[in-house]
Design a binder for this molecule. Structure first.
Ligand code: SIN
Length: 484
C-alpha cells in the first residue's frame, strides 16, 4: 500500500493505548472489493479481549471526564488537524478496503473530519439549565453528565465517517469508547486510532477491537460497565442488540436501514431532480442508508424523467476506484451483488421495464451495472426492501395523497426526498413523510450540523448537530433546598 505515512497502515487492535494482537488465534483477511486481493489482516478477537478493552475504557473514564470541555475539545481539534493533514492516505485506505472512487473517498474524509471539527467546539457548549423554582427556598438545575463507557459498532459503507460521527460526540461529552469496526473495512478505523493517539487522546479513552462480530457484540451489550451502545447497521442486527442490551437497561442509539422515497411532483424542476437523484442514488454505489430506494415520478413527467436518468446512467464509468474518471466502484462483497441481482430479477420477472444495466458487470467480482427499472410496481420486492446497490426503480403516481401513503407504507423511516416548487406543498409533504430526514429539492443533506437519524424501524437517536451530545449524556436534576 503506497501511503505517504506508512504508520497509518495498522493491522492490530488498539486497546488501552497499545497496538496488540492480544493473543489472537487467527486473523481475518481484509480484501480489496475491486480486485479480490488481500490488502492486510486483523486479529480475530472475541469476548475476553472485549472485556479487557471495556476495563481499559472504564479505567480511563474518571480522568477523561474530569477534563473540562475545552480541554477535551482541544484534543479533538488536534485529531481533526491530523486527519486533514493525512487526507490523501485516509482516502486511499477507504478506496482500497471499501471500493468507492478515490475522489468520493476524499469527500468522505472531509465529511468524517467535520464531526471532529464540530464536536471539538461543541465540547465547551454542553449547557444545562437553571429552572425557575416552584418554592421560594429552593433553586433548581439540570446538568449534563457523560453516560460513561460506550460501545460503538459500525458498518462498512462509511469506514471513516461512522467512526468520527460516534466517537467525536462521545469523547466531547466526556465518555470513553470501545469501537468495533466492520471486518470488511477495519483499516480506516485503525488509521484514525493512530491519529487519535498522536493527537493526545489518552490511553483507554478510545479503543478499537477487531474480530468476531457476534462475540464482541454480545459482550459489549451484556457487560454492566458499558452504559450505552451506539450502532449503525441493519435493522435485524439493531433488534438483536436491543434484546441483548435489555437485561442491563443500556441506553441505545440506533441508525438502521432505510428505504427512502424520492418523489418528483408534476411541478418539479425535472432536470434538477434528475441531477439530485444521481447524487443520492449512486453515492457509494448505492450503498448508503439514505439512498433513494423508491423513485416515485408523477405520471405527467414520468417518461421525460426516465429518459433523462437513463442517459446519465448509461454515461457512468464503472471500475476500480483508483482509476481516474471512475464514477462507480464495486459493491462490498458477493453477498451484496447477489442481493441486488435477486431484486432486479424479481422486478423484471414481475413486469418491470429494463432501461439500463440489469446484470453483473463484465468486470466481474463485486461490479454490478448501474441499472434503471421503469414501471415498477408495489408487488415487486424492491418496493419494500432496501436495495443497497446501483439500481434506480421508477414508480408512477398520480396524486399527492396516494404517493404519500405509498411512501409511508414501509417499516423504516430514515430519509425521504421530494421535488416541488409549490411552497404550500413543500411544507405539507415535508411534514407528512414518516422519516427522520427530508431533502426538499436536493439529493444531499448530510453534514455535521444537521441532526441525522430515523424514525420507525430505522431506529432512534440523532448524530451530529447541536443535539449530538445529548445521546452521550445523562440529564441530572438538582434541587437545592433551604436556600433562605
Ligand atoms: C449511512 O449510510 O450510514 C450514512 C450516510 C450519510 O451520512 O449520508
Amino acid at each position: 500500500m503506497q501511503l505517504s505515512d506508512p504508520q497509518l497502515y495498522r493491522q492490530q487492535a488498539y486497546i488501552n493505548g497499545n497496538w496488540t494482537d492480544a493473543g489472537a488465534q487467527s486473523v481475518i483477511d481484509v480484501k480489496n472489493p475491486a480486485t479480490g486481493e488481500s490488502i492486510g489482516s486483523i486479529p480475530n478477537l472475541g469476548r475476553v479481549e472485549t472485556v479487557n478493552a471495556i476495563a481499559s475504557a472504564e479505567a480511563a473514564w474518571p480522568a477523561w471526564r474530569a477534563k473540562t470541555g475545552k480541554e477535551r475539545g482541544l484534543i479533538l481539534r488536534r485529531w481533526y488537524d491530523l486527519v486533514m493533514t493525512h487526507i490523501d492516505d485516509l482516502a486511499m485506505i477507504i478506496t482500497l478496503e471499501n471500493g468507492k472512487p478515490l475522489e468520493e473517498a476524499r469527500g468522505e474524509v472531509l465529511y468524517a473530519a467535520s464531526f471532529l471539527d464540530w464536536f471539538s467546539e461543541e465540547a465547551r457548549r454542553h449547557y444545562g439549565d437553571v429552572i425557575p423554582q416552584t418554592k421560594g427556598d429552593q433553586r433548581l438545575f439540570a446538568i449534563r453528565q457523560p453516560v460513561g463507557v460506550c460501545g460503538a459498532i459500525i458498518a462498512w459503507n462509511f469506514p471513516c465517517t461512522l467512526v468520527t460521527r460516534k466517537v467525536a460526540p462521545a469523547l466531547a461529552a466526556g465518555c470513553t469508547v470501545v469501537l468495533r469496526p466492520a471486518s470488511q473495512t477495519p483499516l480506516s478505523a485503525l488509521a484514525l486510532a493512530e491519529l487519535a493517539e498522536r493527537a493526545g487522546v489518552p490511553a483507554g479513552v478510545f479503543n478499537v477491537i477487531t474480530g468476531d462480530a457476534r462475540a464482541i457484540g454480545a459482550e459489549l451489550t451484556a457487560n454492566e460497565t458499558v452504559r450505552k451502545i451506539t450502532f449503525t447497521g441493519s435493522t435485524p442486527i439493531g433488534r438483536l442488540l436491543m434484546q441483548q442490551a435489555a437485561p442491563t437497561v443500556k441506553r441505545l442509539s440506533l441508525e438502521l436501514g432505510g428505504n427512502a422515497p424520492f418523489i418528483v411532483f408534476e411541478d418539479a424542476d425535472v432536470e434538477k431532480a434528475v441531477d439530485a437523484l444521481m447524487v443520492s442514488k449512486f453515492r457509494n454505489a448505492g450503498q448508503t442508508c439514505v439512498c433513494a430506494n423508491r423513485v416515485f415520478v408523477h405520471d405527467s413527467v414520468y417518461e421525460e424523467f426516465a429518459r433523462r436518468v437513463t442517459e446519465k446512467v448509461l454515461d457512468m464509468k464503472v471500475g476500480n476506484g483508483l482509476e481516474s474518471d471512475v464514477s462507480i466502484g464495486p459493491l462490498i462483497d458477493e453477498a451484496g451483488v447477489e442481493k441486488v441481482s435477486e431484486l432486479v430479477e424479481d422486478a423484471i420477472g414481475k413486469g418491470a421495464r429494463l432501461l439500463a444495466g440489469g446484470k453483473r458487470h463484465a468486470l466481474g467480482g463485486g461490479f454490478y451495472e448501474p441499472t434503471v427499472l421503469a414501471d415498477v410496481g408495489q408487488d415487486m420486492d424492491v418496493a419494500s426492501e432496501e436495495i443497497f446497490g446501483p439500481v434506480v426503480t421508477l414508480f408512477r403516481f398520480e396524486s399527492e395523497d396516494d404517493v404519500i401513503e405509498r411512501a409511508n407504507s414501509v417499516e423504516t423511516g430514515l430519509a425521504g426526498y421530494f421535488f416541488s416548487r409549490d411552497a404550500s406543498r413543500v411544507w405539507r409533504v415535508a411534514e407528512a413523510l414518516e422519516v427522520g430526514i427530508v431533502g426538499v429539492n436536493t439529493g444531499m443533506f448530510s453534514n455535521e450540523v444537521g441532526p441525522f437519524g430515523g424514525v420507525k424501524q430505522s431506529g432512534f437517536g440523532r448524530e451530529g448537530s447541536r443535539y449530538g451530545l445529548d445521546d452521550f449524556s445523562d440529564l441530572k436534576y438538582i434541587c437545592l433546598g433551604d436556600v433562605n
